[in-house]
Design a protein around this ligand. Structure first.
Ligand SMILES: [Mg+2]
Length: 246
């Protein structure tokens, strides 16, 4: 495991009640209970195939893309941006995005370790859900092609979408579990980790290339509880740190 962030993060929750160590006791600290895992889809359950930089450039134009990129190092929220545009300009933008997403679907591949991780969750009877900013049809195709079902699986038709915590809170309430009993796993700091943190859930950032190692991502409100470079690191992490109980 390249980087398991400080265990103390697990014990000093910013937003939700979680088990704390008992001072002056010889007993080991109780481990937090984990009852479900919610995944991002693109770049987390599937190998990243959408060239987001090219897509943003096509939607925004070169100059605007460069300007916005310089303003927001964690990434551009293209869907949010488009919502402020005129209906006509929005339509053109959504067509461009849909085109890139379709090309991505043609090359869809499951992320190494995803199927094994899902089998592990099944063996522990843990729930698994999915939240994506991609379209419903992409989720349907993912389910069909790989035969691994996530439920609920919320796409961008569910509003508001990530990084708003609403989709994650919706999944928690449909599972009848507390957000603090759920982990959000994803490859985007600005969407997945922020969504998880706002909901009061545990967060695990999948960073395959080390792009989030830079100090600009060190701020506390961006810090995930865990960081892995591969999904294969997730289930040992779950076993080591949580009481896994449905
Ligand atoms: Mg992603």
């Amino acid at each position: 495991m390249r980087s398991l962030l400080s265990r103390s993060l697990l014990l000093v929750p910013p937003t939700s009640p979680r088990p704390r160590p008992r001072p002056f006791s010889s007993m080991a600290a109780p481990r937090a209970r984990l009852r479900g895992v919610v995944f991002d889809m693109d770049g987390t359950l599937t190998v990243p195939v959408i060239d987001f930089a090219a897509m943003y450039r096509a939607v925004l134009g070169d100059d605007e893309y460069r300007r916005l990129r310089a303003e927001s190092p964690t990434g551009i929220d293209i869907l949010h941006l488009i919502e402020g545009w005129s209906p006509e300009r929005q339509r053109t933008a959504y067509d461009v995005i849909a085109d890139y997403e379709r090309q991505g679907l043609d090359r869809l591949q499951i992320m190494p370790g995803a199927a094994e991780l899902c089998s592990f969750l099944d063996s522990k009877k843990l729930r698994r859900g999915l939240i994506t900013r991609n379209m419903r049809s992409a989720v349907d195709l993912f389910h069909q092609r790989f035969g691994i079902i996530f439920s609920p699986a919320l796409s961008r038709e569910f509003r508001p979408y990530k990084p708003d915590p609403a989709p994650l809170l919706h999944i928690c309430s449909s599972w009848e579990v507390q957000p603090s009993e759920v982990m959000m796993v994803g490859d985007s700091l600005k969407d997945d980790v922020i969504c998880g943190k706002r909901a009061g859930s545990f967060t695990c950032l999948l960073d395959q290339t080390g792009r989030y190692d830079a100090s600009e991502f060190d701020s506390a409100d961006l810090k995930p509880d865990f960081k892995v470079s591969s999904l294969t690191e997730v289930f040992p992490l779950l076993e080591a740190n949580f009481d896994l109980a449905p």
